[in-house]
Design a protein around this ligand. Structure first.
Ligand SMILES: [Zn+2]
Length: 86
């Protein structure tokens, strides 16, 4: 079991994190080989979404992780002000 942890810059527009930020990078974590990994942002580092990796690597894994991040339901309180706007 190898621990996998990687910050990957993304060109995909990521949805806003519940912390109020729009992350530029995805943090993909897991143990290889595994079906289940988590994707976080380069913002708070707290909110993570579990997803099924399908043993993908490289760009394919990044794409699956970005999709998992974007389709996950989230609650964002309007009182949370983002530091930057896009
Ligand atoms: Zn965040």
């Amino acid at each position: 079991m190898t621990k996998y942890r990687s910050f990957i810059k993304t060109e995909t527009k990521l949805h806003r994190c519940p912390c109020g930020e729009w992350p530029d990078k995805v943090l993909i974590q897991g143990r290889a080989p595994t079906d289940w990994m988590t994707v976080g942002g380069d913002c708070c580092g707290i909110w993570e979404v579990p997803f099924e990796s399908q043993h993908a690597v490289g760009d394919e894994l990044k794409k699956i992780a970005e999709t998992a991040w974007n389709i996950a339901p989230r609650v964002i309180y309007e009182t949370r002000k983002a530091k930057r706007n896009r």
